[in-house]
Ligand binder design. Structure first.
Ligand SMILES: [Zn+2]
Length: 343
């Protein structure tokens, strides 16, 4: 058991696709640690506050900065250096893809939630793991103490390409529910001033926890993909410090809300790859959030031309190599923060 807690990330990587036994440990400060599976750690203080927090990383295994951050916070909890005020579920989502230093082994895990893991005939470990992770999230939220609870989930990523707006978060489709000022303030404290508002349901991990459990949930892009040890952790310091405060403090305080400090973008177009013969009409190294003008050619999909529909249409997540039917490009346009339904 000591091996499990001496370096939780290393133990997780040694048992990459799951471990059938559960491990428990209670720290001197009364905090209880429970390992449900490889990469699945529940942390509960003796007197938990009213927040149930999920912090996940390695949904994409080559996105190492979030893995380093989670691993360090976990080790500081185990050593007693990091205080814990609330229940926290840490998830290292895809250890096998960490081990091969790839985004995924067989299939992009961030397209496999909300039951997508069981659609169609395909079977693979990532589908099994996504299904298990859904179960762990449910078990975590459902096993909370009785009473009014606040649920959160931050799914941490780094992006493949450069971005003109380096740190940004994706807000799941709300289906008419309001946005929360406090969440914008939390993300700003993490160094994330840019929020992309999804306009339709998706099969991402953060949409799953938002839609299924009513958690305030985000996919958070913290910077650029690098190998272990090559990340400049100073670039991630604000995010790490704020996550540590979230875990360790019963209530967070922020500077007053200022709508001008938040840059909100709404989806304009989703361009799915429909043909084998698909190309993007810009260079591979064009940064996320690069703006195009109305009428600019963005992509050619089997002879069909796809154009920008607005001036100031920014591109995000371009990837011409996606599987047929999947998103090859997203475009977004700026919307005033004050035009949103904010509570
Ligand atoms: Zn990612």
């Amino acid at each position: 058991m000591d091996q499990v807690f001496s370096n939780f990330l290393n133990w997780t990587r040694e048992h990459e696709w799951g471990y059938p036994e559960q491990f428990n440990k209670t720290l001197d400060n009364g905090t209880r640690l429970t390992v449900w599976d490889s990469g699945v750690l529940v942390v509960e203080p003796e007197q938990p506050g009213d927040k149930d927090i999920i912090i996940s990383c390695a949904v994409h295994g080559n996105e190492t900065a979030p893995i380093e951050i989670c691993s360090d916070i976990i080790q500081d909890i185990i050593s007693g250096e990091q205080t814990v005020a609330h229940r926290v579920l840490f998830l290292i989502a895809n250890p096998a893809s960490i081990n091969i230093e790839q985004r995924f082994v067989e299939e992009n895990m961030n397209r496999l939630f909300s039951g997508a893991h069981s659609q169609g005939d395909k079977q693979n470990k990532e589908r099994e793991r996504a299904k298990e992770i859904e179960g762990y999230c449910e078990r975590f939220y459902e096993s909370a103490p009785k009473g009014e609870r606040r649920r959160y989930h931050y799914d941490l990523h780094t992006a493949i390409r450069d971005s003109q707006r380096e740190k940004f978060a994706v807000h799941p489709f709300t289906d008419g529910k309001p946005y929360h000022r406090e969440q914008l303030q939390f993300l700003l404290a993490c160094g994330v001033d840019t929020i992309l508002l999804n306009q339709q349901s998706t099969t991402t991990f953060s949409y799953f926890s938002y839609n299924t459990f009513g958690a305030q949930a985000f996919t958070v892009e913290l910077g650029k993909v690098k190998k272990f040890g090559e990340n400049n952790r100073a670039d991630f310091q604000a995010a790490e410090d704020t996550l540590r405060r979230l875990v360790g403090e019963s209530e967070l305080s922020f500077p007053p809300f200022d709508p001008e400090q938040h840059f909100m973008f709404a989806e304009a177009q989703t361009i799915n790859r429909q043909h084998e013969d698909f190309e993007l009409n810009f260079a591979d190294d064009v940064a996320n959030f690069t703006a195009f003008d109305k009428g600019d050619l963005l992509a050619i999909d089997g002879g069909e031309h796809r154009y920008a529909q607005h001036d100031g249409e920014h591109i995000i997540f371009p990837n011409a190599q996606v599987a047929l039917g999947q998103r090859a490009l997203l475009t977004v346009i700026r919307v005033p923060t004050n035009s949103l339904d904010l509570v």
